[in-house]
Design a protein around this ligand. Structure first.
Ligand SMILES: Cc1cc2nc3c(=O)[nH]c(=O)nc-3n(C[C@H](O)[C@H](O)[C@H](O)COP(=O)(O)OP(=O)(O)OC[C@H]3O[C@@H](n4cnc5c(N)ncnc54)[C@H](O)[C@@H]3O)c2cc1C
Length: 481
């Protein structure tokens, strides 16, 4: 009887889980293990919103494993020590896990793998999170891509996506005495109970991820192209937190899309291709994080080392107003309040709020990335870094710095009736449409703050900063680390 440990991390599902599949294929006994070791991910250990999701997702996985005849073994502490001691305690010869791509996690996992291998264990990692490994997609000169369209074209040329392996129908029983911590003892839920409202909007877990996908295939994908930019509509899939925690994988999404759609219709369907391209952006984010690990802290475009950011006391007060949704700019405040209430913010609005922060307010994108990290349920180091650097203009294939989002125009274009704004800012609900994006021009918005920044003046100042940056000679720019 051979025993394997399956180390669950952000692959909290039983179907399309290559580590679990392989362990079951090679061994008669399988121990599903979760190790709580957030400090090993420092400085990007999960934020409060993520921990709420993790708590419920682990419970859901445990229930699923119990239904199959097994149980999630939970421990807390050093991953390396726990894996080694559990292997000795249980007589396991094999350890399987699915790969993650954050720089510190790669370093930890590589060290663990070589340690366990040299201690005589069969130790194998697998791909559950991506369609393509970051090192599989390279330019003709074997360098990483920095432009999305070229990257995604290269991915599509590869085409072959392996069929997801099905969930097991039964699992071997596990020795319950191995369970030391228990999910409730991990203290994942915030001490101050602000999180009660989140369960009104979200249901973590593998079954919920599948239901969310099926609902989107039935009702959302057919109008994705036109609705995806309208924040008031449920026009996107809402799969991002499920994807982040690996309750569903991109292979499953791709297979479900192709198998639940009529073939001819699919071929001419721009909605489908648009949606798959968004999954492609997620792949691109992981590609960039893998090849340019310093970009969680440093600009990818090294010229931006010289950017001047505002750290003044006034800027820090502005940052607080931004976090609280009290900037006096309706579409921005609506987004920030949606985030606080639901743990989510629409993609279009993320771009608008991030642009206001780093361009109009001249506050470093790090500050935005950190706030998102703590408040987003889908907080993901690869996608958050890409999104924040893209908006700041310093990332790969970024919005050109001189293209500064005008939040009033963005609101008028994507929320013309102000439905989204009225939902999240009740004190503006009574305003006429002509003032909903510019309440400072109305005398009916007494309960709402004046804008903390003059959009026209701050835009001009941002362009002046850009001109200074452009003028820096190449010799003054440090090459990539
Ligand atoms: C400043 C900023 C920060 C962001 N931070 C995150 C983050 O921490 N985590 C995160 O998952 N996404 C992040 N995004 C990307 C995007 O906003 C979300 O993925 C999207 O809003 C999730 O909603 P959805 O699942 O309904 O998306 P859909 O439109 O249904 O897209 C399907 C999936 O594609 C992926 N995707 C879509 N757009 C992007 C994108 N621009 N970059 C990377 N992947 C994408 C997501 O996994 C998403 O679930 C950020 C974007 C910006 C501008």
């Amino acid at each position: 009887m051979k025993t394997a440990i399956v180390w669950f991390r952000r692959d909290l599902r039983t179907a399309d889980n290559p580590a679990l599949c392989k362990a079951l294929e090679r061994c008669e006994r399988v121990i599903p293990l979760y190790i709580h070791s957030p400090d090993e991910e420092a400085p990007w250990q999960p934020g409060e919103a993520s921990n709420w999701w993790l708590h419920h997702s682990l419970q859901s996985l445990d229930r699923d494993l119990q239904r199959l005849g097994s149980k999630l073994i939970v421990r807390q502490g050093s991953s390396k020590q726990i894996l080694e001691s559990l292997a000795h305690q249980s007589g396991a010869e094999e350890i399987h896990w699915n790969r993650l791509y954050e720089p510190v996690v790669i370093a930890r996992d590589s060290a663990i793998k070589s340690h366990l291998r040299s201690a005589g264990f069969h130790c194998q990692s697998h791909n559950a999170a991506l369609l393509f490994e970051p090192w599989e997609i390279l330019t003709k000169t074997a360098t990483p891509y920095k432009v999305f369209t070229a990257f995604w074209k290269a991915c599509q040329a590869k085409r072959h996506i392996p069929q997801p392996c099905p969930a097991p129908t039964a699992l071997p029983p596990v020795d319950l005495s191995l369970n030391e911590a228990g999910i409730d003892n991990l203290d994942l839920l915030p001490k101050i109970p602000w999180h009660g409202k989140l369960s009104a909007y979200w249901k973590p877990g593998e079954a919920s991820a599948q239901n969310t996908l099926m609902l989107f295939i039935r009702e959302g994908i057919h109008s994705y192209e036109s609705d995806r930019d309208i924040p008031e509509k449920p026009g996107t899939s809402h799969l991002s937190p499920h994807l982040h925690f690996g309750e569903i994988g991109p292979r499953q999404i791709q297979w479900a899309l192709f198998h639940n759609m009529h073939d001819d219709w699919m071929k001419q369907e721009p909605n489908l291709f648009r949606f798959l391209a968004e999954i492609g952006w997620r792949e691109f984010a992981h590609h960039l994080l893998y090849h340019f690990p310093h970009t969680t802290e440093q600009p990818l475009n090294r010229r931006f080392q010289w950017m001047t950011w505002d750290n003044s006391d006034q800027a820090m007060l502005n940052l607080e107003s931004w976090k609280q949704g009290k900037t006096g700019i309706p579409i921005v405040d609506a987004g920030m309040r949606e985030l606080w209430e639901t743990g989510m913010m629409h993609n279009r609005v993320r771009m608008i709020v991030a642009s206001l922060l780093c361009k109009n307010l001249a506050i470093h994108w790090h500050q935005g990335a950190r706030w998102f990290w703590n408040t987003l349920l889908d907080a993901d180091l690869a996608s958050n870094t890409l999104g924040c650097q893209w908006t700041a203009g310093s990332g790969a294939d970024a919005a050109p710095y001189f293209r500064i989002f005008n939040p009033v125009r963005q609101g008028e274009r994507f929320d013309p009736q102000g439905i989204y704004i009225r939902r999240w800012i009740p004190e503006l609900a009574h305003l006429a449409n002509r003032h909903i994006h510019t309440p400072w021009l109305s005398d009916m918005a007494a309960d709402y703050p004046d804008p903390i920044v003059d959009l026209g003046v701050s835009r001009k100042q941002a362009l002046e900063r850009w001109d200074i940056l452009r003028a820096i000679p190449p010799a003054a720019i440090t090459p990539e680390a």
